[in-house]
Ligand binder design. Structure first.
Ligand code: FMN
Length: 355
């Protein structure tokens, strides 16, 4: 393993495939790493054991080549008032469950920890090149221990204040996520305030306050944009939506099709699927449930998850969480290696145009 503590120096290219729970598994991560980028596994919503199995699978595909693993940080257990709000939402989801032939899920007590303690132990026992944290920071001693094991650590931040806290926590790099990003806003400052900053402004503010390597995320679909964020202070770009339609992505077929369907005409931030703000294409589920969904993460996710699965099995995009960044219209159906090659060509052309 190379000795740098900068996760953006591990791969030949400054291109990171975003961890995407429900879409990015070993096949996508392997394809991106093989093409010279940094592939990422998403450990959110899975057990430590399932995470370990995916790491083994990826290693069997890429050997000693670099990759990352993303983990969701624990949330507090719901208060009695939040538990009541969750029960009310469960009641109103019954009709959605019937519509797609599914059931309303039952959140297991303790699911708010997302099995982090066991994941941490596994990542310490069998270190991986990079670990990134979403929805918070682990204990400082855990960051120190992962670094001592040779792992580079990355914190996801959505405000300059979160960046300050993460730097003080001793992480090696920051993933700077703008409001344009598809999927969840991964910060931890104020979960009630959705996505306060666009990427370029956030990057500029954070670049002025820390020397740590910055990974830019949110709405990036082209090599020209990657060069733009590098000029603004990023060491690398993290792209999610750009890889969603790849054959290696395990996003549901109806999700992939919706990204190319002109009937879906806007992306919105919604709490309807999980209780935390996340960006996806506006569909019937969002229209019907946005107003009543309580901000009780991840309990709302566990209520809705079987409904989403039932809708996916029926190919009904109307009942899916159609996570997508603001640049979704540029997502193409092509192998991940081709996405990377195109980005590299576009980056070279952009540099030439600016020379
Ligand atoms: C389908 C999907 C799932 C995602 N899941 C995760 C996740 O598990 N962990 C995480 O840190 N970020 C997740 N994200 C957010 C990405 O890390 C990244 O911030 C985002 O994709 C960047 O914006 P873009 O999609 O416009 O490229 C997800 C994004 C998408 C589109």
């Amino acid at each position: 393993m190379p000795t740098t503590t900068d996760p953006t120096r591990l791969s030949e290219l400054p291109i990171i495939q975003a961890p995407m729970a429900g879409a990015a598994g070993p096949a996508l991560a392997a394809a991106v790493t093989r093409a010279g980028g940094l592939g990422f596994l998403a450990a959110g919503y899975r057990s430590a054991q399932a995470m370990g199995a995916e790491i083994d699978e990826l290693r069997a595909l890429i050997g000693d080549a670099p990759f990352g693993v993303n983990a969701f940080m624990p949330h507090p257990a719901p208060t009695p008032a939040e538990a009541d709000a969750t029960r009310r939402y469960a009641g109103s989801l019954a009709r959605a469950a019937a519509r797609y032939g599914g059931t309303v899920g039952t959140p297991a007590p303790g699911s708010e920890r997302d099995d982090w303690d066991a994941k941490f132990e596994l990542l310490l026992a069998r270190p991986v090149p990079v670990v990134s944290f979403t929805f918070g920071l682990p204990a400082m001693a855990q960051v120190t221990a992962l670094k001592a094991a040779g792992t580079r650590t990355v914190a996801t931040v959505t405000t300059p204040e979160e960046a300050r806290v993460a730097v003080g926590h001793g992480v090696d790099a920051l993933c700077v996520q703008g409001a344009e990003a598809g999927g969840h806003q991964g910060g931890f400052g104020n979960p009630d305030a959705p996505a306060p900053y666009g990427l370029l402004t956030l990057l500029t503010l954070i670049a002025g306050q820390t020397e740590l390597p910055l990974i830019a995320a949110g709405g990036l679909m082209t090599g020209r944009q990657i060069e733009a964020v590098r000029l603004a202070g990023a060491s690398a770009a993290q792209l999610g939506t750009a890889f969603l339609r790849c054959p290696e992505s395990v996003a549901p077929a109806a999700h992939k099709a919706a990204l190319a369907d002109p009937a879906f005409d806007r992306s919105v931030l919604t709490r309807a699927f999980s209780g935390r703000w996340a960006r996806g294409l506006h569909n019937g589920f969002v229209a019907r449930h946005e107003a009543e969904a309580p901000g009780v993460y991840p309990y709302v996710h566990h209520l809705v998850s079987p409904i989403r699965k039932a809708a996916a099995a029926r190919g009904e995009a109307d009942g899916l969480a159609l996570w997508a960044g603001q640049g979704w219209r540029l997502a193409r159906e092509e192998p991940a290696a081709e996405v990377i090659h195109r980005l590299v060509d576009e980056m070279a052309a952009a540099r030439k145009a600016c020379a």
